[in-house]
Design a protein around this ligand. Structure first.
Ligand SMILES: NC(=O)c1ccc[n+]([C@@H]2O[C@H](COP(=O)([O-])OP(=O)(O)OC[C@H]3O[C@@H](n4cnc5c(N)ncnc54)[C@H](OP(=O)(O)O)[C@@H]3O)[C@@H](O)[C@H]2O)c1
Length: 246
């Protein structure tokens, strides 16, 4: 029997950074790490969201403003935060629209956020990240099965999974993985009229083997698993309620 500690690492007192930790999947992930006894640092652009999240989370939380698309701001952020153990990135904005209609500029803006933001953040983080630690990026099930209008997100999510495979080799022994969620009920859909949102969620839920869409807590568990499990690297954890089979 091997040493259990070597297989499943405790997160007690470990410093975990969640970029995007002020909303949705990131906020639930910050909470899940706190429940494991970790010290959590959250970052995003909005000062208001940061202070609200800090109040919601309570406990052992530091909060910093960061626009993860900027190399300069990312460098300043990690310099302020200093050494840490695990990096989780859930920040990112996508773009939906039928390929023939979506302006190239909107697709590029989405790449600048969800793809390049994660790329830039990882690059800036490396000097401060524990070699026994981990990096978890976020893609999405549209990378594997895009509905109509999701070609940009399909490309971004697939690019992120390719980036992760390259980083797994380049950054070893640091472990690198991706979480790929299906549809999750988060504030990202807050701009939709409530009735439209409900009927979209219900229609998707009816198609899924699990019969419901995800809550952000369903996804948060995956990031905790990836930080804890010392034998998992180069993986994509799909949490999509069976969407690929429906
Ligand atoms: N919800 C879903 O159905 C779903 C499905 C598949 C994949 N995903 C992916 O999961 C991730 C999280 O989604 P979510 O639904 O939790 O979204 P969300 O509730 O909108 O949260 C996004 C978070 O990212 C931060 N953020 C956005 N742009 C940023 C920037 N430039 N710099 C720093 N922080 C930034 C936001 O805070 P600020 O506004 O303060 O910056 C917020 O904290 C995204 O990559 C999304 O594509 C979501």
């Amino acid at each position: 029997m091997g040493n259990r500690e070597a297989i499943r690492m405790s997160l007690k007192e470990k410093r975990v950074i969640v970029v995007g930790g002020t909303s949705g999947i990131g906020l639930s992930t910050a909470k899940a790490f706190l429940d494991e006894g970790a010290k959590v640092v959250i970052a995003s652009r909005s000062a208001a969201k940061l202070s609200e999240a800090k109040q919601t989370l309570g406990g052992n939380v530091e909060a910093y403003e960061l626009d993860f698309r900027s190399e300069e701001k990312a460098a300043e952020f990690f310099e302020k935060v200093g050494k840490f153990d695990h990096l989780v990135i859930t920040a990112g904005e996508g773009a939906m629209g039928e390929f023939r209609e979506l302006p190239v500029e909107q697709a590029q803006t989405a790449f600048d956020s969800k793809f390049w933001g994660q790329y830039i953040t990882v690059k800036a983080a490396i000097p401060y990240l524990n070699q026994e630690g981990s990096i978890s990026l976020t893609s999405g099930v549209y990378g594997k099965r895009p509905p109509k209008g999701a070609s940009t997100l399909a490309a971004i999510n697939t690019a992120l999974e390719g980036l992760m495979r390259g980083l797994t080799v380049d950054l070893a022994p640091i472990r690198v993985n991706v979480v790929s969620p299906g549809i999750v009920d988060t504030p990202v859909y807050a701009g939709m009229p409530e009735e439209d949102r409900k009927s979209m969620f219900n229609a998707i839920a009816r198609q899924l083997p699990v019969g419901r869409i995800a809550q952000s807590e369903d996804i948060a568990e995956a990031y905790v698993y990836l930080a804890k499990n010392g034998f998992t690297t180069g993986s994509v954890i799909l949490i999509e309620g069976g969407a690929l089979l429906s």
